[in-house]
Design a protein around this ligand. Structure first.
Ligand code: WTA
Length: 654
């Protein structure tokens, strides 16, 4: 973030107190901070009571071998039982778990807890028939359809860790994840709907399976395909139709209970190297974190609220706050398949009006887009059911926060700006909606039970009014346990920067009151529309193109998407000027290698890259060019002429 933006933030002096009636009924009160401070582990043990345990734990936390934590040691539970069966057993079978809103617009249906339980049991029985056992990995590559939730819970029920891959990722990304975690089954669909039109998924799976076969023949045993769009698909000998295999199963399945530390899922996320990291979450602690925060930060009243998280199931937000948290808490949620602007730009507000949504959770990039489209669109819908709004994924600029609160929340709803990560599993820093006098743009404080801090290069806590690195000082239940198959990288990435602390990779500032302002990544990870992308991963994708000799990627500030991908590319001599379509060709190549979300906004063909004498690319200078700033200090460059050439090139190509 630029210095100017930083100083603007520190002048922000608006405060929004929780309305008195909200505060009076809030689930979490200020007493929770004191309680957790006085006895942190006792506080977490109390939160664990939200779940149903087959056998209780003997020890809340085993931290004898840091950074490898074990929570609720000796406890046994089943995540799917906690998300569905127990609610049905408690008599809530007829309660709606999901108002599913598909595309096209008339394609919508309600799914009760009893129906969900039957489907999950059928799918679990189907997976058993396909040979899936506890510990086996299953990859899920689906659009936002109910089968995605069913598939996740069926895996959880069997103790088979799932790895959900966002449907926007390419065949290449899919195959590398399947190989990395050794998935033996892939659950997918013929396609999904995008803006009312079918969009194929299966061809990417076929391509991915072929790649996996080439590297590890026989690894993928079956591909289970949901018929969603009815479009023509090529079939291979591994393919089976979901409706046939799942459809013929019994809706009875007696679940087994697993150790609290049994792996629940692996979610891949971008790191600072080209290889995505497989974040491992385990069962007990993760579910405690997701359930507690979903109840407390969103102030969930399970009997009356209608909750909507707009995240895709392929991201961690979809896991914790669309599936595990809400279902563990017996919430009624909206699940939405489409995009915000089809069939019209008021679609989300129409859904809120129709289902009388009370709690709404989305990302700053969406909020900024709605702001741009204009106030009259939400103004033509009845949004008076809303009582709480949430934001996640990137820093929310104060203007967007205030617009969100006023225009969507009718100047009445608390807004929770929630900071967390794939790695943290659940929200760690956020206002408490019934307690905190919130400042627009600040995630405020660590929630009860969490010890967050901002430290300097030496790992010392910075005084109020100063900036540094965001760390977590004590383990927490939903923390990642390791990186799949790579304990060393886990230690190195998160625990080596500062002794005994979890290093989040974000820069942050404590204001004069000690409230936290998260400023963004301090590593080579970009945040584009709330999606994490690695500069190195995109650089490797570009360099894998036959015409490219070298590439450097930076995240430049972008008004709409937070950051945007800007790439500088040196072509191989043999490629000449690359041809007329070189930019399109390279953008498409990145989409093919990683996914459309990683397509650079801008690609500049340059003769050289700015490097230090030791050969390190100076991304800082490239960011200056991408953000149209005067180029900073170039004295450490090996060849000081380079920046002149690049700046001239940029001026002519944009
Ligand atoms: C950023 C998404 C500022 C941050 C749940 C973090 C935020 C990364 C916020 C994790 C927030 C997330 N304010 N920044 N409220 N929430 N971030 O793993 O840089 O996709 O490290 O998890 O998003 O992204 P991830």
């Amino acid at each position: 973030m630029s210095n100017e933006a930083l100083s603007n933030l520190s002048h922000e002096d608006r405060r929004f107190d929780p309305p008195a009636d909200f505060a009076a009924q809030a689930n979490l009160t200020a007493a929770a901070y004191e309680q957790a401070d006085a006895d942190r582990l006792g506080f977490w043990a109390e939160q664990a009571e939200r779940l149903s345990w087959e056998s209780r734990w003997d020890q809340v936390l085993d931290w004898s071998n840091p950074p490898f934590a074990k929570w609720f040691v000796g406890g046994k539970l089943n995540a799917a039982y906690n998300c569905v069966d127990r609610h049905v057993e408690a008599g809530a079978g007829e309660k709606v778990a999901f108002h599913w809103v598909g595309e096209p617009a008339e394609d919508a249906r309600d799914i009760t807890y009893a129906e969900l339980k039957d489907e999950v049991c059928r799918a679990a029985n189907a997976l058993v028939e396909l040979g899936v056992k506890a510990g086996d990995r299953v990859a899920i590559y689906l659009p936002m359809i109910p089968e995605a939730v069913v598939a996740m819970l069926a895996c959880a029920r069997l103790g088979a860790p799932h790895t959900v891959i966002f449907g926007g990722f390419s065949a290449e990304a899919l195959s590398s994840r399947v190989l990395d975690c050794g998935a033996k089954v892939i659950i997918t669909a013929d396609g999904g709907y995008r803006r009312g039109a079918p969009s194929a998924l299966k061809p990417a799976v076929d391509e991915a399976v072929a790649k996996v076969e080439a590297e590890q023949p026989g690894l993928v045993e079956h591909v289970l395909v949901v018929r969603r769009t009815g479009q023509e698909v090529a079939s291979t000998e591994k393919d089976l139709w979901w409706e046939e295999v799942v459809g013929r199963q019994s809706s009875e399945h007696v679940c087994e209970f697993f150790d609290a530390e049994h792996p629940l899922y692996v979610m891949y996320t971008s790191g600072t190297t080209g290889k995505p990291k497989g974040i491992l979450h385990t069962t007990g602690g993760y579910l405690v974190g997701a359930a507690y925060t979903h109840w407390g930060i969103f102030d969930l009243k399970a009997d009356t609220d209608v909750y909507w998280c707009t995240a895709d199931i392929g991201w961690v937000t979809g896991h914790s706050y669309m599936v595990y948290g809400p279902l563990a808490n017996q919430a009624t949620s909206v699940m939405y398949e489409g995009v915000p602007d089809a069939p019209h730009k008021g679609r989300w507000w129409e859904v809120i009006e129709k289902y009388k949504v009370t709690i709404f959770y989305t990302a700053p990039t969406a909020i900024r887009t709605f702001m741009k489209w204009g106030d009259e669109i939400p103004a033509s819908f009845d949004l008076s059911s809303l009582r709480l709004l949430g934001s996640v994924g990137e820093p929310i600029n104060p203007e967007a926060y205030v617009w969100y609160r006023d225009t969507i929340g009718g100047s009445r709803t608390p807004v929770v700006d929630t900071w967390w990560q794939t790695e943290t599993g659940s929200i760690l820093i956020s206002p408490l909606p019934g307690v905190t006098s919130a400042k627009p743009g600040s995630a405020m404080r660590a929630i009860p039970g969490i010890a967050a801090d901002v430290v300097n290069d030496e790992g010392e806590s910075v005084p109020d009014g100063s900036g540094g690195y965001l760390v977590i000082r004590e383990p927490w239940p939903s923390m990642l346990r390791t990186l799949w198959g790579d304990d060393e990288r886990f230690k190195e990435t998160y625990w080596s920067r500062f002794e005994g602390m979890y290093f989040a990779g974000d820069g942050a500032k404590k204001d004069e009151d000690g409230d936290v302002w998260v400023l963004g990544r301090v590593d080579d990870v970009m945040n584009v529309s709330g999606h994490r992308l690695s500069t190195t991963e995109i650089e490797s994708a570009l360099v894998s193109h036959p015409k490219v000799a070298e590439a450097a990627v930076v995240g430049a500030t972008d008004e709409m998407t937070g950051q945007a991908v800007c790439a500088y590319v040196i072509l191989r001599e043999a490629a000449g000027d690359g041809g007329d379509d070189i930019i399109t060709e390279l953008r498409n190549h990145v989409a093919h290698e990683i996914g459309a979300i990683a397509k650079p906004r801008q690609i500049m063909i340059v003769p050289e890259l700015p490097k230090t004498r030791s050969g390190k690319i100076m991304r800082r200078l490239l960011r200056d060019v991408a953000e149209n700033r005067e180029v900073g200090d170039v004295t450490t460059l090996a060849d000081s002429n380079v920046m002149r050439l690049i700046s001239e090139g940029a001026a002519t190509s944009t």
